[in-house]
Design a protein around this ligand. Structure first.
Ligand code: DGL
Length: 258
């Protein structure tokens, strides 16, 4: 599983809770985060590189692209390139949001890269979902999470400004279309109001992983977890533990050859 940084840990949590016997290698590309403001072609290159590394150097039997931006940039090519199942976060999230909405008015928030890619309207069309989508990019949210600042006046003010289009559209369901955003759920929920349903793709993605590993449940064993960061491993561990919990131990560093 990989993400640009800590966001994919929201998906890791759901996968570990649902599939505790499976081993998990989590790669946070913190040395090259953020992905959301980079050209999609560059994120594509990173995603292909990491996917290949996890498959070949870590012997992954399934890959989770726990990042919406990387899913938008490279999911199809990762599926074509790798000889293992590859699960992304875009489709499970939008299907869950459509199911959760009563009015059919759904909002999605994500990085500039994800929103500009058109991946969500495309997924709605592919799955023939009867919803009206309002999409808005939220530049700046990810940076708060990467600093471990998940509430407070700064992020609240930013949320009030950035969420204006989805408030204005009177959505009844808001999809958190960036894996970092569930860490801001309290702030986003306060700004949107209690009547708006917040949907994270983490749980739905974990169900998809379980469906694909159904023959392979390894009863009785306790899965091993490994956390790798392309940035400073001790910073990754300190902030990661704050977000993910005490299970995040022994993070190691991976340096890209530049
Ligand atoms: N967590 C990522 C996503 O879901 C990307 C955040 C970033 O690096 O900008 O899009």
């Amino acid at each position: 599983m990989f993400d640009s940084g800590f966001g994919g840990l929201t998906v890791a949590r759901a996968v570990i809770d649902l599939l505790p016997t499976q081993d998990l290698v989590y790669f946070g590309d913190t040395g090259r985060y953020p992905y959301g403001s980079r050209p999609l072609a560059e994120v594509h290159e990173f995603a292909m590189q990491i996917g290949s590394m996890l498959r070949h150097d870590y012997n992954a039997k399934l890959l989770v692209v726990a990042c919406n931006t990387a899913s938008a940039a490279a999911l199809d090519d990762l599926r074509a390139e790798l000889d293992i199942p590859v699960v992304g976060v875009i489709e499970p999230g939008i299907v869950a949001a459509a199911e959760g909405s009563h009015s059919g008015k759904v909002g999605v928030v994500g990085t500039v890269g994800t929103i500009d890619s058109g991946a969500y309207p495309h997924a709605i069309e592919e799955n023939d979902l009867p919803i009206e989508l309002t999409a808005c990019a939220c530049p700046g949210f990810v940076e708060f999470v990467e600093r471990g600042e998940t509430d407070g006046a700064g992020v609240h003010l930013l949320a009030q400004r950035l969420l204006e289009p989805v408030i204005h559209a009177e959505v009844d369901t808001l999809l958190l279309g960036c894996t970092h955003y569930p860490y801001l759920a309290r702030t986003i929920g306060d700004v949107m109001g209690r009547e708006v349903l917040l949907v994270s793709s983490a749980d739905e993605t974990a169900f998809e992983v379980r469906r694909l590993l159904v023959e392979d449940s390894c009863p009785g064993r306790v899965g091993r977890r490994r956390f790798i960061s392309s940035g400073d491993a001790s910073v990754f561990e300190t902030i990661g533990r704050r977000l993910f919990g005490a299970e995040l131990v022994g993070a190691t560093e991976h340096r890209w050859d530049i």
